[in-house]
Design a protein around this ligand. Structure first.
Ligand code: B3K
Ligand code: ZN
Length: 888
């Protein structure tokens, strides 16, 4: 917090267009071991749309040393400008002029990893959202779009590779062993898309020929030891380029596409024009060191950043409140891409994530609409709401207008707004216009926070053969929004008869808004607080399958028989719905047992759960990935989300009970599927192989809890013989979490084997940080001083502190409060080093109201301890202060 004043919020309603525009920027960077000199030459002009008479020019800038300012070649003297509140203000400037600013920055000591910084000896940048202001004074807002050129000068032996956006246009030698390279980006862009890299990097290259026949050079720059981990990212990039041409008609627009892998990075990756910068964890992949999930993450993130070239770069955001315009849309695009690349359970994974983390955010103190109304620190709004719920909103639009209508709308959006900085509303307008529809009420999804709940009940009249669904919607208040208007909710429905056959669906009445996907499957919009949906010609008591494919991001409360759920697990024609029914069945049973556990009663395993699992394990025709997913019990985090005043000990105990009892009952079947799913062919990260391994390791996970010699030797045999990281890390995890045999020895051996592979070491840290063993907190503390751990590397911090707080239910929430206390100390340490990462770590504490009263108080105490500290960053202050608004 600056000057002991509470930081101020910025509001969407205060948006004003910029008073000046910067048409062209020429940057020169002189990189040295201590100071970096930045020269910026800008062509500035008054914005014709500005309403202000002779406005001052206000440039953003922080942590930079100003050397000189010139206007049209003349030095500006000290009386004609002021620097205050992280802004450089020039009082009187011409209507159009050349502004030259020289500044000095110190990338080597930048541990916030925002702006220009150094990672493993390599210079790199991260400018989104507001990092460019730490490089030079500029109008650091996305609606100021400029053409950039960049000249980089550096020592040639230390930094042979010098990169920036666009195309290389010149290079040469300088004195003292230095050299220079110049880059020119022909596309106008906001400064958040600026990038620079300088280092001693190896390069994997390839090329792609676009649909119009242009050849694009692909270059992936990595540290030399990682050259063997580049193939998958390059393959994924080429697939993404083809997919965007085929599905959206979008072609790549520069002659070169570069990706650089960086070890120190605050998030996954960044879509800088022509020069993506990636966290190593989202781009490097090799069977020996990367799990199947890692391969899939690389494919998804490479696709995501590539798709931003159109949804984000060519058409960008007017202001940061519109972030979901590019992020929600691009997440939707990458989800569809991954599914099309063969991931059959992609929708299941995405919905699981949404329900676990986004629903929790929507129910907590940080709840905000996908287009927020205000923020203190923009970096705090790169949230699962803006990203994943934003993608769900785009998906609903896709559902409402259909594949072809959506493409028409997107074509109009891209054509109309190419080269512009626009709003979420511009996107919705383009879809409306292209499809001649009115999305007026639908827009509430952009304005209202919170997860709507749908209360559904059914009544069947055998005389009239009408099945009536009574639907009521409700959305709980969220901070700043006490009352909600009804949402427009597409509810997708099928009906099944007692034989498991689908029934033809016919919605009664004159409803032109009902969409029939086929004769058995329809989408009925729900838009009132209470509404009835009547199906005609239903010849028997049908079993409804509701919210198919998760057609809207809502909570569905439909009290049905467990037998009906078990029926749908067997008969629903859709894989997603089968999984959904299985999850609901298990969830109902687990919740009953949590109550039993709290009342001190014996725990019992529901026979319907066992028979459903037995059924899917026996049906060899089912997709292995789906079976593995059905077997996966709801996570501890999701059980917290699903229970009130959550009792973490009971959740853990009941979940373990389910696992052990299911394993005991189905041991033979699990063992045979385990054996049957051992692959004898060489590892490939194909969807087919990934599915086979996922079922094998799901079976192993069950078998490992049996504590028998057989199950123990299975785990150790797999650890010893694995030829890929998926199997190796799965075995290590079960061994350590169940504390089988010489589990400490296994951990040591694993570390010794992989200590030179930082991403594998992260897995090793994560396995320990998530262990339910009693001494896990002590182990986490010991790891803090292990040489593999560094607080300045976000991947290490996430692996240790992040995993402990987010994925170690029993130890983080231990009754003594020691887990919270430790975590608060970590957050305070990180606040000084990297505020963005510190703020992210607070998330698990923000959810204090989900837990029982003893824990609520201890969590609030930890938050109070944080807020009492001086020198809190805006990032940390915003989240902690909002979390304590309703403290106990
Ligand atoms: N656009 C970036 C995220 C930047 C986050 C800044 N705190 C990566 C992405 O979503 O593609
Ligand atoms: Zn993105």
């Amino acid at each position: 917090m600056k000057d002991n004043q509470a930081p101020q919020a910025i509001y969407l309603k205060d948006y004003r267009c910029p008073d000046y525009l910067i048409d062209k920027v020429d940057l020169t960077f002189k990189l040295y071991d201590q100071d970096t000199v930045v020269l910026s030459r800008m062509e500035v002009m008054l914005n014709p749309d500005s309403k202000v008479e002779s406005p001052p020019l206000e440039l953003d800038g922080g942590d930079i040393k100003l050397v000189t300012i010139k206007i049209d070649g003349e030095l500006v003297n000290d009386d004609n400008y002021i620097v205050e509140n992280e802004q450089l203000v020039l009082k009187a400037v011409p209507k159009s002029f050349v502004l030259e600013i020289e500044t000095i920055i110190q990338p080597q000591s930048n541990t916030r990893l925002e702006g220009l910084y150094v990672s493993n000896g390599m210079f790199c940048t991260q400018c989104e959202a507001q990092g460019f202001r730490h490089i030079t004074y500029f109008m650091d807002r996305p609606d100021v779009m400029s053409r950039f050129t960049t000249r980089i000068e550096a020592d040639k032996s230390k930094y042979p590779i010098l990169l920036s956006n666009g195309n290389p246009v010149g290079d040469g030698a300088l004195e003292d062993g230095r050299h220079w390279v110049s880059w020119e980006d022909p596309f106008k862009k906001p400064c958040y898309l600026f990038a620079l890299v300088a280092g001693d990097l190896a390069c994997a290259d390839d090329s792609f020929t676009t649909c119009s026949g242009r050849k694009v050079d692909i270059r992936l720059y990595v540290e030399p030891q990682d050259l063997d981990k580049c193939d998958h990212a390059i393959e994924s990039l080429k697939n993404a380029m083809t997919w965007d041409e085929e599905v959206y008609g979008r072609e790549y627009d520069l002659d070169i596409y570069m990706i650089v892998a960086v070890s120190h990075f605050n998030m996954g990756a960044m879509e800088n024009k022509g020069l993506n910068i990636f966290n190593t964890s989202c781009v490097l992949a090799n069977p020996a060191t990367t799990t199947d999930a890692g391969f899939q993450r690389v494919e998804g993130v490479v696709g995501h950043e590539y798709f931003h070239n159109w949804s984000g770069n060519r058409v960008t955001c007017r202001d940061w409140f519109q972030l979901s315009l590019k992020e929600g849309f691009t997440v939707f695009r990458d989800e569809e891409f991954s599914r099309d690349m063969g991931c059959s359970i992609k929708r299941i994974e995405d919905v699981t994530y949404l329900k676990t983390y986004q629903f929790a955010e929507d129910a907590g103190p940080m709840a905000h609409p996908i287009r927020p109304d205000s923020y203190i620190e923009m970096n705090n709004f790169y949230t699962t709401t803006v990203y994943q719920k934003g993608a769900e909103v785009v998906r609903m639009i896709h559902t409402l207008v259909g594949e072809a209508g959506f493409r028409k709308g997107c074509d109009l959006y891209f054509d109309r707004h190419d080269g512009q900085a626009v709003t979420c509303d511009d996107f919705v307008c383009a879809i409306e216009e292209a499809n001649q529809i009115d999305l007026g009420q639908f827009r509430r999804w952009y304005q209202q926070a919170g997860t709507p709940e749908l209360e559904v009940s059914t009544a069947y009249d055998s005389g009239t053969q009408v099945l009536t669904l009574s639907v009521a919607q409700y959305c709980a208040p969220t901070p700043g929004q006490d009352k909600k208007q009804p949402f427009y909710i597409p509810l997708r429905i099928s009906l099944f008869d007692s034989e498991g056959q689908p029934i033809v669906v016919k919605v009664k009445g004159d409803r032109s808004d009902v969409l029939y996907i086929n004769e058995y499957d329809c989408v009925v919009p729900v838009f009132e607080r209470k509404q009835e949906i009547c199906f005609e010609d239903v010849s028997e008591r049908a079993i409804p399958s509701l919210l198919r494919n998760f057609s809207a991001p809502v909570k569905l409360n439909y009290r049905c028989l467990k037998e009906d759920l078990a029926f749908l697990v067997r008969h629903d024609s859709d894989a997603f719905s089968r999984w959904d029914a299985a999850q609901k069945l298990v969830l109902l049973s687990i919740k009953e047992q949590i109550q039993n556990c709290q009342e001190g009663m014996d725990l019992v395993l529901d026979e319907l759960v066992v028979s459903s699992f037995e059924y899917v394990l026996q049906d060899q025709s089912l997709d292995d990935a789906l079976v593995a997913r059905i077997l996966m019990l709801p996570s501890e985090a999701y059980l917290v989300e699903e229970t009130e005043l959550s009792d973490t000990d009971a959740i853990f105990k009941v979940r373990q009970f389910f696992k052990r009892s299911i394993a005991t009952k189905l041991e033979a079947l699990l063992l045979s599927r385990y054996e049957g799913n051992k692959l004898s062919v060489a590892y490939e990260a194909t969807a087919e192989q990934i599915a086979v391994r996922s079922l094998k390791n799901a079976c192993l996970d069950y078998l490992s809890v049996l504590g028998s010699d057989v199950s123990e030797s299975l785990c150790f045999a797999q650890l010893a013989s694995a030829d890929n990281m998926t199997d190796e890390s799965a075995a290590l995890r079960t061994i350590v979490h169940q504390q089988l045999g010489d589990w400490r020895g296994a951990l040591d051996d694993f570390y010794n084997k992989w200590q030179h592979e930082p991403l594998v070491v992260d897995l090793w840290i994560g396995v320990q940080a998530s262990s339910p063993a009693e001494d896990a907190l002590a182990q986490v503390k010991a790891l803090e001083s292990h040489k593999a751990f560094e607080q300045t590397n976000p991947n290490k911090v996430r692996a240790l502190y992040g995993t402990f707080a987010n994925a170690n239910l029993v130890n983080f929430h231990q009754g003594s409060g020691a887990g919270y206390q430790f975590h608060a100390d970590c957050i305070l340490a990180m606040n000084k080093i990297n505020p963005q990462i510190a703020a992210r770590l607070i998330t698990p504490l923000t959810k204090w109201s989900s837990y029982n009263l003893v824990r609520q108080k201890a969590m609030c105490d930890a938050l109070r301890e944080i807020i009492a500290q001086p020198d809190l960053s805006n990032d940390v202050y915003e989240i902690v202060s909002k979390s304590l608004a309703d403290q106990i």
